[in-house]
Write a protein that binds this ligand. Structure first.
Ligand SMILES: [Zn+2]
Length: 308
């Protein structure tokens, strides 16, 4: 069975000429392609897979997942799924709802969409000093990150420095300074699916799951910090009436992004299943051994899935 991960699915916007997203027309074409070649796992089939810990008849089918709760998931994805009688799992980081702030990872993407990578990188390097980077994990992150992403010149480095190299306490102010220099204003109100619309999606047969509170690289956090990320995010989604079953998705994904503490905590918190990012099918053995880090493809690994 193939789980497939999506992020932005939308149309071109002139204000963000370099923004990386999957065009909604290509999203439709990709759904047609999946329908024709594999078929989709229904919600009741998925329930059965989890109950029996066995793929049974859905071995070749596709499960759709959407990360980060961007408003395009309500505006474009939800109606398209409704039209086709499909459902999806939507993973939501909860800090933007509780604090009314954009996640840093999204502020970085917006800047990359609005300006040239080379200019962003130059500005960032001017602002950056050595003591803002803890040196112990730089090599690992460099190897593991953005392996399958294609970026414009300078964008990769700009993202990598801010998302991974820079220590947490410096990231926010560095992004503020870069945005200030360009005169860019972040608009949080329209960026995410509203609480009300999350509920609507949930009531229409979709599953809403936790994607932590602040979308951190969990493996960089202590066990107790990780527990807060997991527990608080589920609490919030519960409060707004969006939790049907406890499912979780690792921010960034991949084996560097979480650790044994994360997996133990997810199990202890009785999370039913979790998704990571790994380019392979879900097999029966994963339902027994890797339930808290099920493999998931990026949509860009299939026809029509490339970001433009
Ligand atoms: Zn994410």
């Amino acid at each position: 069975m193939k789980a497939v991960m999506y992020h932005y699915v939308r149309e071109f916007r002139e204000s963000h000429p370099n923004f990386r997203f999957l065009d909604v027309d290509n999203f439709r074409k990709q759904l047609d392609y999946f329908e024709k070649n594999f078929g989709f796992v229904s919600k009741s089939e998925w329930d059965l897979v989890l109950k029996n810990r066995n793929l049974g008849s859905v071995k070749n089918k596709v499960l759709l997942t959407f990360d980060d709760a961007m408003s395009c998931h309500y505006d474009y994805v939800f109606p398209e799924l409704e039209k086709r009688g499909l459902w999806g799992i939507f993973y939501v980081p909860t800090m933007p709802y509780e604090k009314g702030k954009l996640l840093d990872v999204h502020r970085i993407q917006l800047l990359c969409g609005a300006y040239k990578g080379s200019e962003l990188l130059k500005l960032l390097l001017d602002l950056l000093s050595e003591e803002m980077i803890p040196d112990k994990r730089i090599e690992e992150f460099r190897r593991e990150t953005y392996l399958t992403q294609k970026n414009y010149e300078g964008i990769t480095e700009f993202k990598q420095i801010l998302n991974y190299y820079v220590s947490d306490e410096h990231r926010e102010s560095l992004i503020n300074k870069v945005a200030e220099k360009f005169g860019y204003l972040f608009e949080v109100e329209k960026f995410y699916v509203s609480e009300e619309n999350l509920k609507k999606m949930s009531l229409s047969g979709n599953v809403i799951g936790s994607h932590t509170v602040t979308h951190p690289v969990m493996s960089k956090l202590t066990r107790s910090e990780q527990l807060i990320q997991i527990r608080s995010s589920f609490n919030f989604l519960n409060q707004i009436g969006c939790i049907k079953e406890k499912t979780y998705c690792h921010p960034y994904g991949g084996f560097y992004s979480f650790n044994k503490d994360t997996v133990d905590l997810l199990t202890a918190e009785e999370v039913m299943y979790s998704f990571s990012v790994e380019s392979r099918d879900i097999e029966n053995k994963d339902l027994l051994n890797s339930l808290q880090y099920l493999p998931r493809f990026d949509c860009n690994e299939f026809p029509y899935g490339k970001a433009s």
